[in-house]
Design a protein around this ligand. Structure first.
Ligand SMILES: CC(C)(COP(=O)(O)OP(=O)(O)OC[C@H]1O[C@@H](n2cnc3c(N)ncnc32)[C@H](O)[C@@H]1OP(=O)(O)O)[C@@H](O)C(=O)NCCC(=O)NCCS
Length: 142
C-alpha cells in the first residue's frame, strides 16, 4: 500500500504587508538566503487562508528593462512538497507578465541550492552560471 500524499495547500499571492516581513525574513534566513533588503515594495507572500503566510519571494529590478531578479524564494520548511512553491512561482510569473516583464533571473545563494535548482529546472529555468554548490543563477523567458 502507498502512503497517502499530504494534501496540497492552496495559497494566493499578495504583496507583503509590514506584519508579513518578519515571516518572510525568517524563511529566507532559514535557508541561508539574502534577507537584508526585504521590504513591502519588493516582496510577495504566499498566503493560505488557514495558515497565513507560508512562503515568500523577493523580486528586484535589473538594469535591463523588462528583466527582473527573483532574488530569494522560500517555503515554510515544514510545509515543503505541498504545492506551495509551485503556486508561488506560477502566480508571481503571472503578476510579472501583467507588468510587462519578459524575463526572470533567479539568483540565489542558499543552503538548499541543489533542491532549488532542480525545482526551477523542472519549471523551464536554465543555468547561466554556477559559482559553486551554493551560489548560482538561472533564467527563463516569461
Ligand atoms: C524549492 C522550494 C521553493 C519548493 O517549494 P515547495 O512548496 O516544496 O514546492 P512544491 O511542493 O510546489 O513542489 C515541489 C515538489 O513537490 C511535489 N508535490 C507538490 N505537492 C505535493 C504533495 N501534496 N505531495 C507530494 N509531493 C507534492 C511537486 O510535484 C514537486 O515535485 P517536482 O519538482 O518534482 O515537480 C522549497 O523547497 C524551498 O523553499 N526551498 C528552499 C529555497 C531556498 O533555499 N531559498 C533561499 C535562497 S533563494
Amino acid at each position: 500500500m502507498h502512503a497517502e500524499k499530504p494534501a496540497v495547500i492552496n495559497v494566493a499571492l499578495e504583496k507583503a504587508k509590514p506584519e508579513d516581513l518578519p515571516i518572510a525574513i525568517r524563511i529566507f534566513k532559514h535557508y541561508g538566503g539574502y534577507y537584508e533588503d526585504v521590504n513591502c515594495g519588493n516582496t510577495f507572500v504566499a498566503r493560505s487562508e488557514s495558515l497565513g503566510v507560508v512562503g515568500a519571494v523577493k523580486v528586484k529590478d535589473t538594469p535591463s528593462k523588462g528583466v527582473v531578479f527573483l532574488a530569494t524564494m522560500g517555503v515554510e520548511p515544514h510545509l515543503q512538497k505541498r504545492g506551495i512553491g509551485n503556486q508561488l512561482l506560477e502566480q508571481v510569473i503571472e503578476e510579472l507578465r501583467k507588468e510587462g516583464i519578459h524575463k526572470a533571473i533567479v539568483n540565489f545563494r542558499a543552503s538548499d541550492a541543489e533542491n532549488l535548482g532542480k525545482f526551477f529546472e523542472k519549471r523551464g529555468f536554465v543555468y547561466f552560471y554556477q559559482a559553486n554548490k551554493e551560489r548560482c543563477g538561472m533564467k527563463r523567458d516569461l
